[in-house]
Write a protein that binds this ligand. Sequence first.
Ligand code: SAH
Length: 231
Amino acid sequence: MLLGIIGAMHEEVIELKEVMELIETSEIGGYQFFKGTLLNKEIVLVECGIGKVNAAICSTLLIQEFSVDKVLFTGVAGGLNPDINIGDIVISTDLIEHDFDCTAFGYEQGVIPRMENSKFKADLELIDLAKKVATENFGENRVFVGRILSGDMFVASNEKINWLRETFIGECTEMEGASVAHVCQILNKPFVVIRSISDKANHDANMNFDEFVKLAAQNSKIIIEGMLNAL
Ligand code: SAH
């Protein structure tokens, strides 16, 4: 089995890259794909860049060019649920593109017209495995399994948090997960998104982000490694 692993930023992939045994690096359209093994599992690792389009391109390439069997997304996010703190873990059940807005035609926010489904569901086995590994490492109280919201927007205000919580009941918000999920639904590949909380999406979010991104990325990496061991 070949696993595709995606992170948006350097901070989110560097540690996995440092510990993997690299066999081959390929470059497509400026994205670098690192093929090799990690904990004796075959992986392709890619830093996709920030935002939904970058993440969609890299997910598509992982599936079509590298023939990965499953996709894991690792990274950081802003917490929306007030019970979630910096350093906690969110594992995706389903994901929504929260900035998709065709409400002018009567669609609900986040609904993509002419698509059967705009709430992209992660794979149940991968969710269970991520939850088990995360709970073993961080304890039950710090692990949340629920909806993740993605949009091309760094959320840093209480108004936006309230709107996102009320509209979608999301646990956390970020900028890539739902587009990875969208691609995986279309191309029929199992996936899960694992996010560690770097900030609380409020007016301190940018400062917290800079301070905690490394810690949060390390947490996500611990879960990916635990999952690889079990897969
Ligand atoms: N400081 C960075 C920009 C980070 S954008 C730079 O200058 O390059 C934020 C990244 O972290 C995105 O990849 C997104 O998925 C995630 N993220 C963390 N907190 C977020 C928040 N509050 N809102 C949206 N995305 C967030």
